[in-house]
Design a protein around this ligand. Structure first.
Ligand SMILES: *Cc1c(COP(=O)(O)O)cnc(C)c1O
Length: 396
């Protein structure tokens, strides 16, 4: 058990810059390290642990399903999978689902779907307009759609068929549209790009442009979906409906699952077009169905709204108290606090030493992604720790 970081360095490709913490268990919003110290977890597996850690109801569903049937492949039906698809279709503007295992895979599938649709319905069009500073995943297709060139370095020729425009700039999308354009692919709020919130009418205007020009609108809700922003899907805030939506992160409450949802008119995959061995297996589907039930019927979605407002208020208080805090952005329980200089790593490190895990998503932005069932007391405790860290930095 001891010495996990040193053992890791010997046997694991060092793809991640990790904190020197080995976590051994969790309960609710709290995790414990191997020395018995506990932390409020405002990263939650990067917006994944929707119901926190070791949630009794989710644990029971997973244990029961594991003892009944985990995986049979998609050569057969399971009731768990159809139940999840029914639930997603019933509670969204989309009509059909496809299940996979991660965000990048969901976007790979959405890209294939848009290409097939454009080639068939728009005279061979296959190009996708995506946004600078966007993030859609690390596999070759999704990373080709990712407007952060650094993620594409070192890996040889990229996949063609993507053009990038500035986020929150409708005119740029108009200027980039050509007869080869098939789709526009965006995050409703950019997560990894720094919690970037567009103008309130941005998605509506993009939707109008897509309608006028016969383009698909693909919304990557891998991070914003499943309640994170206070609506079940972030597109609801904008008053638009996407043609295609991708999900992963919070959907399974920690069990890996991804999904593509599409409107009937573009849900055009046919047998043999696409597939996944694990996608939507009985275990992951049962977990995701339980998470959605807790959001919709169990009061968790309402909690995101009230706790989100509290977090916003408390962050505004920090802005009043500390010169270093110059703003905040986000929605619901996806928020970033913005500093005047590049102190985000310093803030996150000090917060960790005081028992709070937060993510320095940009050099000057710390991101908060607590479990969706976080309590009022936990939000207050977390902000008090940030307050302490900022006071330390100001007097250092
Ligand atoms: C995290 C993320 C992805 C990639 O998800 P993985 O499960 O890591 O492949 C894609 N899009 C968005 C918006 C994300 O936040």
């Amino acid at each position: 058990m001891p010495n996990v970081p040193a053992r890791d360095a010997a046997v694991h490709m060092t793809t991640y810059r990790r904190q020197p913490l080995t976590l051994v268990r969790g309960e609710g919003t709290r995790v414990w390290d191997d020395e018995g110290r506990s932390y409020l977890d405002f990263i939650a597996g990067i917006a994944v642990d929707s119901l926190g850690h070791a949630h009794p109801g989710l644990t029971e569903v997973i244990a029961k399903q594991a003892g009944t049937l985990i995986q049979v492949s998609n050569l057969f039906y399971t009731e768990q999978q159809v139940e999840l698809a029914e639930m997603l279709v019933k509670h969204s503007a989309l009509d059909k689902a496809f299940f996979c295992n991660s965000g990048t895979e969901a976007n790979e599938g959405a890209i294939k779907l848009a290409r097939k649709w454009g080639i068939a319905n728009r005279n061979g069009a296959y190009e996708i307009i995506a946004a600078n500073n966007g993030f859609h995943g690390r596999t070759l297709g999704s990373v080709a759609a990712t407007g952060t060139p650094r993620y594409r370095e070192f890996f040889g020729p990229g996949m063609p068929g993507f053009v990038f425009v500035d986020y929150d700039d409708v005119e740029a999308i108009k200027a980039a549209t050509t007869p080869t354009t098939a789709a526009v692919m965006l995050e409703p709020i950019q997560g990894e790009g720094g919690v970037n919130v567009p103008a309130p009418d941005y998605l509506k205007r993009v939707r109008e442009w897509c309608d006028q020009n016969g383009l698909l609108l693909i919304l990557d809700e891998v991070q914003t979906g499943t309640g994170r922003t206070g609506a079940l899907w972030a597109y609801e805030h904008a008053g638009v409906e996407p043609d295609v939506m991708t999900l992963a992160k919070g959907l399974g409450g920690g069990v890996p699952i991804g999904a593509i949802l599409a409107k009937d008119h573009c849900a055009i995959f046919e047998p043999g077009d696409h597939g996944s061995t694990f996608g939507g297996n009985a275990l992951a589907s049962a977990a995701a169905t339980y998470v959605l039930r807790q959001l919709i019927d169990g009061g968790v979605l309402a909690n995101v709204r009230t706790r989100g407002e509290q977090l916003e208020r408390r962050l505004a208080g920090l802005e009043d108290r500390h010169e270093s805090v110059v703003g905040q952005r986000g929605a619901g329980l996806m928020r970033g606090v913005v500093f005047d200089t590049d102190i985000a790593v310093d803030v996150a490190t000090r917060a960790m030493n005081h028992g709070l895990l937060v993510n320095p998503v940009r050099p000057n932005v710390v991101r908060f992604l607590p479990p969706l069932n976080v309590t009022a007391g936990e939000i207050d405790a977390a902000i008090d720790i940030i307050d302490t860290a900022l006071t330390e930095i100001a007097s250092a």
